[in-house]
Design a protein around this ligand. Sequence first.
Ligand code: PRP
Length: 219
Amino acid sequence: MSKDGYLTFALTKGRLADKTMELLERTGIRCEEMKDKHTRKLIFVNEEMKYKFFLAKGPDVPTYVEYGAADIGVVGRDTIIEEGRNVFEVLDLGFGKCRMCVCGPASAKTLLQHHEMIRVATKYPKIAKDYFYNQKHQTVEIIKMNGSIELAPIVGLSEVICDIVETGSTLKENGLVVLEEICPLSARMIVNQVSMRMENERITALIKELRAVVDAEKR
Ligand code: PRP
């Protein structure tokens, strides 16, 4: 971690990484070798500015950051809450906006209202458990799935799902609706706790620059 003078970023593979690089470019941090879509490289370097970048699956990003394999990470708030790692969450980057919701067929509304013992399929068992057990005080059976969660109520695996809604089109195309909203989500920057101390000046300056770009975008 920063031993070699580099500040290392773990980015969430896909759209979040692309958006992060766009944002960093606006502060003057570029990484040309990351733009080659056919490359098989795993680590990308900006030698001049002493930055390293690597791409990882969302749930692995907080892990890399907690253990100091990366100083900084960019990942969705959903993943930060679900993974519960010891990292500092320092900045809302303002993109990747969506909502964590309980969804299902409109007919499932009454099951929620009457606190029925229902099955909830989700990629986010911790978030679902916290919502149903600690906030709603409703006993439910949580079923951990790994994707295409909208399938679950359609094929009869569960009554509802706890999942991310962005545009709402996946729900709409499958005859499902938002039944309850749990929390808003967006991409966040996280920092390793030791890096924050050891590289405080550099990281604080970076956060300040990024915040200025994010704020300008909001206006
Ligand atoms: C996410 C989420 C929903 C969908 C919501 O899935 O789980 O299925 O996006 O987006 P929308 O409201 O814009 O339709 P993702 O595409 O990440 O893949 P997954 O099914 O593998 O989880």
